[in-house]
Design a binder for this molecule. Structure first.
Ligand code: IPE
Ligand code: IPE
Ligand code: MG
Ligand code: MG
Ligand code: MG
Length: 292
């Protein structure tokens, strides 16, 4: 299979699942439901679910058993974006080329949309129909909850607000706010395949941690150099918010070098997957080149 065909298949599965939970099911809190659908069904790159599907595929998981993890990681991610854009955080008006959730629905509904997407992620992991055994489901719930809260993304977002001033503390903050969820995505793919080989899991973790850190440094560079047309986000918002970032701390050239080094390390780590890891390898190369 080619990467482009794989991505099309994955995106169509996700679309189907998200439509089921966010459009076809109707709930009494109509505005809340509408705001959730608005934020989810608006053309994100779906990097985290693709990491679930590509890792699982490399380890022979079946699509059905990867669906809950793939949708759950994206729902947590979208929740984090809605809250990240709020006036109390990054105060951003544009996301994925459209007005941010709070610009359309107001801050209060946007806060609730984020909260409710988080709950929905765990609802789907716990209940969506699959042939996963209870231990696999519990393991997924554990990994995703650890990656989302005080041990992961939310902690990173809190540290981001306080401004990290050394490269070491900045790196740790990036690993929490962005790396943790990307790492969980890869590990959830392995759980979907019921693969518990410790060496393999360590290799996947090394892969994901390096990609995760590189991904946030790329995001910082795109904030400086990327056009609104490509990124769908306001250009230069980190400077406006006086954020300390990799480029602001070590400069653009050194940031670019760091990305190259991190990707090299990441690709080296998944060589152990052999030919089955080819699509994951191709996807990492696509990430390395990304312009949005
Ligand atoms: C943006 O993530 C936020 C970061 C953690 C850097 P993405 O670049 O994956 O955003 P979408 O999902 O494609 O909108
Ligand atoms: C976001 O970092 C990380 C999250 C966990 C949401 P940024 O604040 O740089 O992400 P963007 O640039 O708004 O997408
Ligand atoms: Mg932010
Ligand atoms: Mg932001
Ligand atoms: Mg950014």
């Amino acid at each position: 299979m080619k990467l482009a065909d794989f991505v099309t298949e994955a995106q169509s599965r996700l679309d189907h699942i998200f439509r089921h939970y966010l459009i076809e099911q109707t709930h009494s809190a109509a505005k809340l439901q509408e705001s959730m659908a608005y934020a989810v069904l608006n053309g994100g790159k779906r990097i985290r679910p693709l990491l679930v599907y590509l890792t699982g595929y490399a380890l022979d998981a079946i699509w059905e058993n990867m669906d809950p993890a793939a949708s759950a990681v994206e729902l947590i991610h979208v929740y984090s974006l809605i809250h990240d854009d709020l006036p109390a955080m990054d105060n951003s008006d544009l996301r994925r080329g459209k007005p941010t959730c709070h610009k359309i629905y107001g801050d209060a509904i946007a806060i609730l949309a984020g909260d409710t997407l988080q709950s929905l992620a765990f609802e789907i992991l716990a209940t969506h129909s699959t042939t996963l055994n209870p231990k696999q489901r519990l393991n997924m719930i554990q990994k995703l909850s650890l990656a989302s809260g005080i041990h992961g993304m939310a902690a990173g977002q809190a540290l981001d607000l306080s401004g990290m001033t050394t490269l070491e503390s900045l790196t740790q903050m990036y690993q929490l706010k962005t790396g943790a969820l990307l790492t969980a995505s890869v590990l959830l793919g392995a759980i979907a395949a019921n693969n518990e080989n410790p060496q393999l899991l360590t290799a996947l973790e090394t892969f994901a941690k390096n990609i995760g850190l590189a991904f946030q440094i790329q995001d910082d560079l795109l904030d400086i150099e990327g056009t609104v047309q490509l990124t769908g986000k306001p250009q230069g918002i980190d400077l406006v918010n006086e954020k300390i970032t990799y480029p602001s701390l070590i400069g653009i050239d050194k940031s670019r070098q760091a990305i190259q080094t991190l990707f090299k390390e990441a690709l080296g780590a998944i060589e152990c997957l052999g030919p089955k890891g080819q699509l994951l390898h191709d996807f990492a190369n696509y990430l390395l080149q990304r312009q949005k």
